[in-house]
Design a binder for this molecule. Sequence first.
Ligand code: GTP
Ligand code: MG
Length: 272
Amino acid sequence: MEANMPKRKEPSKSLRIKVISMGNAEVGKSCIIKRYCEKRFVSKYLATIGIDYGVTKVQVRDREIKVNIFDMAGHPFFYEVRNEFYKDTQGVMLVYDVGQKESFDALDGWLAEMKQELGPHGNMENIIFVVCANKIDCTKHRCIDESEGRLWAESKGFLYFETSAQTGEGINEMFQTFYVSIVDLCENGGKRPTTNSASFTKEQADTIRRIRNSKDSWDMLGVKPGASRDEVNKAYRKLAVLLHPDKCVAPGSEDAFKAVVNARTALLKNIK
Ligand code: GTP
Ligand code: MG
């Protein structure tokens, strides 16, 4: 009798997800995927033509995850080919080359392209983004430092990893955290967990960026050249409260704070 009873089905623990890679041509998207899936590195540049597709299985906690990876071509020429692959994505790997400022500046443009393709009903809030600051092995040519990249990523609630497809540094950690975050998202009803939101304010992030790009000490403190002692001190106090490392956890806040202290000292020396 018992043998004829229908077996109770175990709840399915397998999960199917879609991830895509985005970023300018030649930043290393395909190499990062190859390093993770095939444990090897190809130094010759073979541009992706349109799109490359692959499937891989990974284990996250007790679940088997089937990952469909769509590796996009970064070259503008392939826009027409890749634009239909943005939809139904749970994870985006956003890559730039730390030695190529243009590829970092292009990240906003990649988000805009995706947003446009998803249309007015598309929701980018519930996608996991991981930013890969790639080619960190090329230390001599590096022009975007960690705090600048991390600030950009974290102020958007994105994950951030420093990677090298050549040496393998950061690659496994990046994918592991990426997949765990996607599974968390799926188990949270498709909503990005709130812990991913930035732990610093937009004002703090914008101020750090402004300080980085300021042309002199006046500009850094946000006062007019020739400002009085009082004006300098007032501006300094405001920035010090905003950026004090005890209060501000935004990447780069410590350097920005030090720069502000130095700027104030330099200005006060020359004001009677
Ligand atoms: P498209 O397919 O054209 O969009 O480019 P891609 O972003 O996929 O770049 P790809 O992975 O093909 O790599 C471009 C070039 O950068 C190749 O010559 C790679 O060998 C090199 N490269 C990729 N990652 C690294 C890295 O971490 N370090 C160094 N030194 N070179 C890398
Ligand atoms: Mg490629």
